[in-house]
Design a protein around this ligand. Structure first.
Ligand code: FEO
Length: 391
């Protein structure tokens, strides 16, 4: 990885992780990711904004060496998660005079997670500024985007917002800038769905907080830099709004084909009534795809057979995931086949307590669906059509 210039004083010194396939041992990364770190050279002080995942420390070190950086005055750390903060201990060994600049909460997290000594920190408050000589950093606390300590840093003279995870995307690409690349926005939507969506209401406030400043560029700590920031800001406004699409997400699993028969009938009938449908066969689905669909869908219908007295574990996981991600979904239902009985409805209903949804009458059927079971699905669709008139 080589250093790349944003302008003569602001440089990208981060690392692209082309082949990383999973994050937090949970989130698939089909496009890889990057850990963006930036050097800002002020007339009096040199600053590093965020660091990189410790696995990539050698690349950050090489980039700083290539730039001839022999002194860093401040390491600004916007977020304590280790993919951005994890190389700070190595930086402090290499640049022992550097001070770590962050807010009180982030300081505490980094003392716990990285064992950085308290005397290394300079603590800043919301809206506080730090002079680099001819340049000024302004720190804006943006809690719960997506941890309680998250903040962003605004470089006033260049009007660049260093947003860390906020607006970021797990996207490894050779272009420094996003331009109008729809693939980057798609990656950012996946990132929003997996990481940010549970904090939608606080993110709405933080979008307004950061956009009170004129922003020429958003430089996140994952993915390309937004040289046309309105694109991603407007996308975030849309994702975080209360608007839902007339779209039905059908995460399902079928052991011997009976539930699948009903899912296919349901999907066909919904399409004929003007609904967009997204069936996901859970055992072969990337959970990121489900998360992304939860951003806009008005309705979730979980399809599962009963096994061992309850829902299939894949359906349990889908319900757990939807509950944790807290989408703005309005309606939920359940369909599925059973052999002799069980408590699937109670079990799945108990797993989605976080969702502010109206439950549409589930449809369970014994064995393979019969004519009367298909008519129940017709009734479910009629109910959904009626409900969608009011949203
Ligand atoms: Fe990219 Fe929350 O760390």
């Amino acid at each position: 990885m080589t250093v790349r210039s944003i302008n003569k004083d602001v440089l990208f010194v981060g690392s692209i992780h082309w082949d990383r396939k999973i994050f937090d041992e949970l989130i698939p990364l089909p496009e890889g990711t990057s850990y963006n770190a930036y050097i800002i050279k002020g007339s009096e002080k040199t600053v590093l904004i965020d660091s990189v995942d410790p696995e990539k420390w050698h690349e950050l070190e090489k980039n700083l060496c290539e730039l001839g950086i022999d002194k860093i005055d401040y390491i600004v750390t916007n977020h304590a998660e280790q993919d951005h903060s994890g190389s700070i201990p190595m930086l402090l060994e290499k640049f022992p005079e550097a001070k770590v600049v962050t807010n009180e909460k982030c300081k505490a997290f980094e003392m716990d997670h990285l064992h950085i000594c308290e005397d290394k920190f300079i603590v800043v408050k919301d809206n506080e500024t730090l002079s680099l000589g001819n340049k000024t950093l302004r720190f804006l606390l943006t809690p719960w985007v997506h941890w309680p300590e998250t903040m962003v840093t605004y470089l006033e003279e260049d009007k660049i917002l260093f947003s860390c995870d906020f607006f970021g995307s797990h996207y490894a690409g050779s272009d420094l800038y996003a331009g109008n690349n729809a693939v980057v926005v798609h990656g950012a939507k996946r990132y929003y769905a997996e990481i940010m969506m549970p904090f939608r209401t606080t993110i709405v406030k933080n979008i307004e907080k950061v956009t009170q400043f004129e922003i020429k560029m958003i430089a996140p700590s994952h993915g390309p830099i937004y040289d046309n920031p309105e694109v991603i800001i407007e996308a975030y406004r849309d994702w975080t709004s209360d608007k839902v699409k007339k779209e039905v997400l059908i995460p399902y699993v079928s052991m011997h084909g009976s539930t699948k028969l009903m899912v296919e009938y349901l999907a066909d009938r919904l399409m004929s009534k003007g609904f967009a449908v997204k069936p996901f066969n859970l055992p072969v689905t990337d959970i990121g795809e489900i998360a992304m669909s939860l951003v806009d869908a008005s309705t979730i219908i979980i399809g599962s057979p009963m096994v061992l007295g309850g829902a299939h574990p894949a359906a349990v996981y889908a319900a757990f995931l939807a509950n944790a991600l807290r989408p703005k979904t309005k309606f939920v239902s359940i369909i599925g086949s059973y052999g002799w009985g069980g408590k699937m409805i109670d079990q799945l209903s108990g797993l989605i307590a976080n969702l502010k949804v109206e439950v549409i009458e589930p449809v369970l059927f014994k064995g393979m669906p019969r004519e009367e079971d298909y008519r129940k699905i017709d009734a479910m669709i009629e109910t959904l059509e009626e409900k969608h008139k009011s949203i």
